[in-house]
Design a protein around this ligand. Structure first.
Ligand code: XMP
Length: 177
């Protein structure tokens, strides 16, 4: 797997140090027992597991399956909700966790749906934010790293379903695409 990586963009130690800082901010911003964390699968799985274990607050955790990339390197432009059950969020503060903010369509669509379902407020956290113009007017409240507009894998992010288990964020070699 390492042979397919052109360059490591953010290594594991740097990610973990940044998560310490993000978690400390989240802990400071929310009182005990007020939050429901919603993890967008599958991309935010690794990020959320490492971040939430650093937040020493009583909170609930739910997951949502949404798809916008369908395995490739380009967003399809539509966000599909894949679950039959939607988490109960009425009158709750939600911390929505995603791997990467790109066009903004995913965070916009999910945040709008959570508000429709009765959430008081949707706070958002992403590991990565691509430095680019968004299709939707949305920014995250907690951002791990701003990166250039290039396709990345690892630490939860995939290419055709693979590379999610790389412990760092990297860029694929042309030969692996
Ligand atoms: P939007 O465009 O909705 O994108 O903000 C969010 C979702 O798109 C996927 N995405 C990526 N996946 N490498 C990936 O593996 C990338 O560089 C990338 N950019 C966007 C991701 O699923 C994210 O949740």
């Amino acid at each position: 797997m390492r042979d397919d990586i052109e360059k490591i963009l953010i290594d594991e130690e740097v990610i973990h140090r940044r998560l310490d800082t993000m978690a400390a901010r989240i802990e400071k911003d929310f009182p005990e027992d007020t939050l429901i964390a919603i993890i967008l699968l599958k991309g935010a799985l690794v990020f959320a597991a490492d971040l939430l274990r650093r937040v020493p607050r009583k909170l609930e955790v739910e997951c949502l399956n949404v798809a916008s990339y369908h395995g490739g390197m380009e967003s399809s432009g539509t966000v599909n909700f894949l679950d039959r059950h939607f988490p109960e969020v009425k009158d709750r503060h939600v911390l929505l966790l995603d791997d990467i903010l790109d066009t903004g369509r995913t965070l916009r669509a999910v945040a709008d749906r959570l508000i429709e379902e009765g959430a008081i407020k949707v706070h958002t956290a992403v590991l990565l934010s691509k430095d680019k113009a968004r299709a939707e007017d949305v920014e995250a409240d907690y951002v791990g790293f701003a990166i250039a507009d290039e396709f990345v894998v690892g630490y939860g992010l995939d290419y055709q379903g693979k590379y999610r288990n790389l412990p760092y964020v990297g860029v694929l070699k042309q030969s692996a695409i």
